[in-house]
Every structure is written in structure tokens, then in C-alpha cells.
Design a protein around this ligand. Structure first.
Ligand code: ZN
Length: 113
């Protein structure tokens, strides 16, 4: 069965908004503003007496994996899993149907008599 697991986290820091007079100067000015802000933030971390409000959060990134084999969850158009026999058997049980598998078998192009 499909289960969702955390595969990565991102720590997010929300810096203050760019002042209007900087935004009007264009992208390069905005990047330079934040480069300067990052250096100030590093100094802030060393000097915690600063009263600037800093917002930090942790974002969870998840992926769907198979609960049987742990591989990333991947299914066909009808939801039939590719990863392992256990997941396929579970699908068949839950959907109570026979799975038709399309197999191409090359045939000879000339008679074989
Ligand atoms: Zn599996």
C-alpha cells in the first residue's frame, strides 16, 4: 500500500520585506539587498541582543512509497503498482479483479513451412 514518508526538510527563514525604494531599482538591487541582509543576519546570530524579528520554520517534503518494499510509489493508469508482488497482490485483493497484462510477442513475418 502507498504510504507517505518525509524525505527531506527545508529550514525556511523569512527575511523582512524589501523596502519600496529598493524594489523600484530592479532585480539586481533586490538580490544585493538580501545579500547584505544575510550578512547582517549572520552577525545577528552572533549578537543576539538585536531586536529584529526573524521568522524561521521547518518545511517537510514528502514522497509516496510502498509500505512493503519501500520503493517510490508508482502505478499505472488504473492504480496498479509496479514495485513488488506484495503491493500487486494487495491491489488485486482490494480491487477483486484479474489484471490483464499486455505483452507484445513478435511473430515471424515470413511463413515457416
Ligand atoms: Zn512495493
Amino acid at each position: 500500500m502507498k504510504k507517505t514518508v518525509i524525505n527531506e526538510i527545508t529550514i525556511v527563514c523569512e527575511p523582512p520585506n524589501v523596502p519600496f525604494y529598493i524594489r523600484n531599482k530592479g532585480q539586481e538591487a533586490i538580490v544585493e539587498y538580501y545579500e547584505s541582509w544575510v550578512k547582517e543576519f549572520e552577525e545577528f546570530m552572533r549578537d543576539h541582543r538585536s531586536q529584529d524579528p526573524i521568522s524561521l520554520s521547518v518545511e517537510r517534503h514528502t514522497i509516496d512509497v510502498c509500505s512493503f518494499c519501500g520503493l517510490e510509489w508508482d502505478v499505472d493508469d488504473v492504480g496498479f503498482p509496479f514495485c513488488c508482488k506484495e503491493a500487486q497482490e494487495e491491489y488485486k485483493t482490494q480491487n477483486n479483479q484479474t489484471i490483464l497484462v499486455n505483452v507484445s510477442i513478435p511473430l515471424p513475418t515470413t511463413p515457416t513451412d
